[in-house]
Design a protein around this ligand. Structure first.
Ligand code: GDP
Length: 440
């Protein structure tokens, strides 16, 4: 996420480190670099200019803080300003109304249908809501089918009326259907066009007036940069929407949309989409995103994701196994699967402070675990539970079965061995032992 911008800001701020105190000259130099970094990230020119002006004023008003490392101070000022630029506080969605009606708007291809599914899944699993998805694209039957596929995947009912050419009517009927079937959230996916046009705007505006939604969300592809901002403005003029959804932030996006949209339409970014799968959705936190942009990681989100996957019963069972020396390859496989559920590896690594920068040239492969999984799957149950039974000829067989080499099998055995030892040490009241080991 925003790798280029992160790298350039890091370089800009680095210049200040090592200077004794903040002077007008070194602040100006640094901010020139910061502004260039923002422009390269496709941030609107006026916004970038205002950004550096604000940081400059704040920096020069800080002589009291001359004892603090100027580099650190600038990082803090830039971080605070980035947070402000992206909206300051986290803004959730309004779940009032019975049912809550959420209207999705945006261009075709922005990720509207995918996000409707993600949001339905989020509200179902995290907020225990009974959700109804509504397909209102009367022009493209394929769009309705896509929504049906999504609905099936997440176990959420999809309402559509084949043959009905009136999206206002479909929406109102859907709300009636929701009321009659104790649904508490209705998400209406509307038809998009490839570009802003009057007909589309009239249509969505009519639906908006008829259903008076609690939330009107505008979905935009973050890869489209400044275009995203222009489209947002056009939709906001007509709908006065409540929030923005930025999709495809997992891609090679430069960040311009995320950093400009709030200033232009004065509406908060509420969620981000970070992948094609139904769980690739995150609540947008401006401060955490600023941390990530500045390579400070996002430990809070990382811990939250780990907690979501944490199963107390499983953890207790695992502890027992470790204590009894029964930790085997099946448990190892299980652990890998838990990690995979937390999200894509690239995304996770980006949340570790400093890791994004350190690993920027490393091609993080989400299939990295595939080889390991294949090796373990080629082992017999006995080999999995008692790894000591794996001798040279068995290794050869396992390598052949998994399409890997004996060397790779050996490497995995070694990693497994180290992991088992470490877990044992942590168990045996060994926090202290670990510390000693790390100190060398
Ligand atoms: P719609 O026309 O606005 O309904 O857009 P779709 O939901 O059909 O999405 C268009 C394409 O973008 C599809 O191929 C989706 O899989 C993909 N897509 C949607 N959201 C994301 C995202 O957050 N990340 C990535 N990488 N792809 C996405």
């Amino acid at each position: 996420m925003f790798n280029n911008l992160s790298e350039k800001l890091d370089k800009a701020l680095h210049t200040l480190k090592g200077h004794g105190k903040i002077t007008e000259v070194n602040v100006a130099e640094t901010l020139k670099e910061v502004r260039r970094a923002l422009l390269d990230a496709d941030v609107n020119f006026k916004i970038a200019k205002q950004f550096t002006k604000t940081v400059q004023q704040k920096a020069l008003g800080q002589d009291v803080l001359t004892t603090l490392n100027p580099g650190q101070l600038m990082v803090k000022l830039v971080k605070d300003e980035l947070t402000e630029l992206m909206g300051g506080d986290t803004v959730g969605i309004n779940l009032g109304g019975s049912p809550t009606v959420i209207l999705m708007s945006g261009l075709q291809g922005s990720g509207k249908t995918t996000f409707s599914g993600k949001l339905a899944n989020f509200l179902k699993t995290k907020k225990s809501k009974n959700v109804l998805l509504v397909g209102c694209d009367i022009y493209r039957p394929a769009a309705i089918n896509q929504l049906r596929v999504v609905g099936e995947q997440i176990g959420v009912e999809v309402y559509a009326e084949e043959g009905n050419q009136n999206p206002v009517e479909i929406s109102l009927n859907a709300i009636k259907h929701a009321k009659a079937n104790s649904k508490n959230v209705v998400i209406i996916d509307t038809a998009g066009r490839l570009a802003v046009d009057e007909e589309m705007m009239n249509e969505i505006s009519n639906i908006h007036k008829a259903v008076t939604p609690q939330e009107t969300l505008f979905v935009v592809d973050s890869m489209t940069g400044q275009d995203a901002v222009n489209t947002a403005k056009a939709f906001n003029d007509v709908l006065n929407f409540d929030g923005v959804i930025l999709t495809k932030l997992d891609g090679d996006t430069r960040g311009g949309a995320a950093l400009s949209i709030k200033t232009v339409v004065d509406k908060p970014i509420k969620f981000i989409g970070t992948g094609e799968k139904m769980d690739a959705i995150d609540v947008f936190h401006p401060d955490r995103m600023a941390d990530r942009i500045l390579g400070m990681g996002d430990v809070i989100s990382l811990v939250e994701r780990a907690q979501e996957q944490y199963d107390e019963d499983e953890a207790r069972k695992l502890q027992k196994k470790i204590a009894k020396n029964q930790f085997g390859f099946d448990d190892f496989l299980n652990q890998i699967q838990q990690i995979k559920k937390m999200g894509s590896m690239k995304d996770l690594v980006g949340m570790i402070p400093g890791a994004g920068k350190a690993m920027k040239d490393v091609d993080i492969d989400d299939d990295a675990f595939k080889g390991i999984e294949a090796i373990i799957q080629s082992m017999t149950p006995v080999e999995r539970s008692t790894p000591t039974t794996i001798n040279a000829s068995r290794k050869k067989r396992i390598a052949k079965g998994s399409g890997t080499s004996v060397q790779e099998v050996n490497q995995l055995m070694k990693q497994f061995d180290q992991m088992s030892k470490m877990m044992k040490m942590m168990q045996g009241g060994g926090g202290r032992k670990m510390m000693q080991m790390m100190k060398g």
